[in-house]
Design a protein around this ligand. Structure first.
Ligand code: PMT
Length: 399
């Protein structure tokens, strides 16, 4: 498992009988060259001792949120900064619930709350607790937030019952983490470009033509690409969104600027055109505010179709070109028409007549049309989850 060599793993051990297996996780990670620091929750100390954890990890074990000896230490910040990755194993139903609700009343939950690192969760609990609806809801939310869940598995439990809830074996967990680093390493060689948000086509200094795009879908795709190791450039129209860490963000206003910046950021391996580019601009933009009685004199002209232009120029064309289609009627027919007219490899189609998906919403529901087949009516999901779905398909295609 050579991808673990030199990696800094922060292991959070919660209070469940599976905590004894965490000692084996530490041993395997160390054997494969990782540096391991650990946090024990208060309850974890009932199952494994700080001394055994410290002996195996060869590091100090962290247990307290506040440090009276050195109050400037702030372990919850320094540990999260130190880590390449955080693994919670075993993750109890209580800790899963705390993380979902953003509670931070001990060192473990506060570190997670303060972290922007990739977090893996290996749940372990009794089968009834696993099947409890609040546990299911909590985990669903954590997946939407971008946490990765490993296991659990079906098996005999310490409480005498049999069923789902047994923590995955240490080797499985460590292998999963190794595969994650391997994926990052493999994808490092790929360059990706994403367009997102609306464009503003100014009529005069204060008025413009635009649409309802918030940029959320495109920003989530850029986030998922960077989290998967891609060298990612995001070309964004005006939005109120926070930049995604690690992504090369270029902000533009008009379709002409988006075209220019897109061209200057090619070649890439993949380009995803999720921006809602205004189809028209005014022919003669005025330098002064237009008087009310002069609006009828405005003439519109078509903006260049950025996606169409790039996919129809062989020298510019990325290996994989993914377009979107925002439709209100005949979604399939219109999308297939766009797939062929704009010469892209995939079209991701959404129905923008609905309020619960598409423009502005945190959710989306799409159909994906490929050149020779399709995946129609994927379930409605958070834009973050859809972004992960799209990026997983991109990774399979590029590899
Ligand atoms: O931004 P959000 O609020 O999260 O909403 C997401 C979204 C609804 C904007 C997104 O999911 C979406 O559908 N994006 C495409 C919007 C659009 O303009 O679709 P279209 O069917 O008009 O265009 C088809 C394709 O051509 C798109 O990939 C578009 O980016 C591209 N295009 C269109 C016109 C143009 N001048 N240049 C282009 O590149």
């Amino acid at each position: 498992m050579k991808n673990l060599n030199g990696k800094k793993i922060l292991l959070i051990i919660c209070g469940g009988i599976a905590a004894y297996k965490s000692l084996e996780i530490i041993r395997l990670l160390k054997k494969n060259g990782s540096n391991v620091k650990t946090i024990l929750t208060n309850n974890a100390k009932n199952f494994v001792t700080p001394l055994s954890v410290a002996s195996l990890s060869q590091e100090k074990v962290y247990t307290e949120l506040f440090n009276s000896e050195n109050e400037s230490e702030m372990d919850h910040i320094s540990l999260s900064r130190w880590a390449d990755l955080i693994l919670i194993a075993p993750a109890t139903a209580n800790t899963i619930s705390k993380i979902n609700f953003g509670l931070s009343d001990d060192l473990a939950s506060t570190v997670v709350f303060a972290s922007d690192k990739k977090i893996f969760i290996a749940p372990a609990m009794n089968v009834r607790m696993w099947e409890n609806r609040s546990n299911k809801e909590n985990l669903k939310k954590l997946v939407d937030f971008g946490y990765e869940i490993i296991g659990p598995e079906v098996g005999d439990m310490a409480c005498g019952e049999f069923g789902m809830g047994k923590m995955s074996e240490p080797a499985t967990i460590v292998n999963h983490i190794n595969n994650y680093f391997k994926r990052l390493e493999n994808n490092k060689k790929f360059k990706a470009l994403v367009t997102a948000g609306p464009t503003h086509e100014y009529l005069d200094p204060v008025r413009f033509i635009t649409n309802k795009s918030s940029g959320k879908q495109g920003y989530e795709i850029a986030r998922s690409l960077i989290e998967n190791g891609f060298d990612t450039t995001l070309i964004s129209g005006p939005t109120n969104l926070i930049p995604v860490k690690g992504v090369n963000l270029i902000k533009i206003k008009s379709a002409d600027e988006m075209l220019k910046v897109t061209l200057s950021n090619l070649p890439t391996d993949v380009a995803i055109f999720s921006a809602a580019v205004a189809d028209f601009k005014v022919k003669d933009k005025k330098n002064e505010k237009i008087k009310k009685n002069k609006f009828s004199e405005l003439n519109l002209e078509k903006n260049t179709d950025i996606l169409g232009y790039i996919s129809n120029h062989n020298s510019l064309r990325p290996k994989l070109v993914v377009g979107f289609a925002a439709e209100t009627t005949s979604l399939k027919n219109n999308s297939l028409k766009k797939l062929s007219e704009k010469n892209c490899d995939w079209i991701i189609a959404n129905d923008v007549s609905r309020d619960d998906i598409g423009f502005e919403s945190d959710f989306n529901q799409v159909s994906i049309f490929y050149k020779n087949n399709s995946e129609e009516n994927l379930p409605r999901m958070k834009k973050s989850s859809l972004a992960n779905e799209i990026v997983n398909r991109i990774i399979s295609q590029l590899n």
